[in-house]
Design a protein around this ligand. Structure first.
Ligand SMILES: Nc1ncnc2c1ncn2[C@@H]1O[C@@H]2COP(=O)(O)O[C@H]3[C@@H](O)[C@H](n4cnc5c(N)ncnc54)O[C@@H]3COP(=O)(O)O[C@H]2[C@H]1O
Ligand SMILES: Nc1ncnc2c1ncn2[C@@H]1O[C@@H]2COP(=O)(O)O[C@H]3[C@@H](O)[C@H](n4cnc5c(N)ncnc54)O[C@@H]3COP(=O)(O)O[C@H]2[C@H]1O
Lengths: 141, 141
């Protein structure tokens, strides 16, 4: 019976809005991205273009893999490379009106999905934690 | 009605067994831990003692934070520090017979929980992905 409520929850009610999402800009060196990731504590964050459109995501693994040499991590290369050379572009995007079940399926294989409008403008992120909190609320077992 | 099935699923059916879990050993330098994390691609993995008891978890953020100096990441310090100086010990542990609802509540705030027996011996990990796959299977909306 409680499933009827969960079916009607929308992305907009669950997402972390853009202003609260740590991100980096296209064109930033990966050195800046790594600082943002270490200081925020997040393993991966969105990459946005100058008009705040969603472009991809960047994470510590990809950054460190890109500078891992035969002998050591070549950290001097961090200032030379840009986020677009290293970012992932396979993170799913969702529209704000997407239904709950589609959202849940989306986060099975991704820790978060990006919320964008019809123009690709970044509106926020939908995290696994937000989905799990709702499922927990609605599961009376 | 389908909730009746989900209630009976046990940790043992959902967890990734110990032999498939990337981990590091107590006493390892964090340089080795960082290599394991970058090469496996995982953001955080368990730390085990020589008798395979679960001790904590170690992740890239904690490692990089520990070597972040005023000017740069001081990577030469990585070989000098041990995982126990940097690991987290607040990751929840679950027993193999724990019920599904408790498991789900546990991963609301943690990407994974460690499965241990009565002696603290490491048996595997219970991930958010495993929980979300089951919820998705059992939610016919
Ligand atoms: N500062 C903090 N305080 C309390 N708990 C924290 C935390 N940082 C991480 N966590 C916990 O660890 C989980 C995994 O974080 P991770 O950074 O790997 O993976 C995160 C990160 O890549 C991204 N993310 C979450 N919040 C973000 C934000 N405000 N800005 C940018 N990216 C964010 O979404 C992924 C999934 O987030 P989710 O919340 O489901 O799951 C988070 C959350 O439960
Ligand atoms: N090599 C890979 N292939 C395909 N997908 C991958 C992947 N590496 C990561 N992912 C995806 O990214 C999610 C977050 O991974 P993360 O490494 O931050 O966080 C992981 C990692 O810290 C740990 N973990 C998962 N599997 C592990 C393993 N075999 N050994 C050690 N730690 C593991 O549990 C956390 C949650 O894992 P979960 O599966 O729920 O969620 C994973 C999974 O959906």
């Amino acid at each position: 019976i409680e499933n009827m409520d969960i079916k009607n929850i929308k992305v907009s009610e669950l997402m972390i809005p853009a202003e609260k999402v740590a991100h980096v800009q296209l064109g930033n060196p990966i050195e800046h991205a790594l600082l943002v990731l270490v200081q925020s504590g997040y393993s991966s964050v969105p990459v946005l273009d100058p008009s705040y459109r969603f472009c991809g995501t960047i994470g510590k693994t990809a950054i460190l893999k890109s500078v891992l040499g035969i002998e050591r991590f070549e950290m001097e290369l961090l200032s030379q490379r840009k986020v677009e050379e290293v970012m992932r572009t396979d993170i799913p995007s969702l529209h704000k009106d997407t239904d709950f079940l589609t959202c849940m399926k989306t986060v099975i294989n991704f820790a978060f999905a990006c919320v964008v409008d019809e123009n690709g403008s970044f509106e926020g992120i939908l995290t696994r934690r937000a989905i799990l909190k709702q499922v927990n609320k609605h599961m009376y077992l």
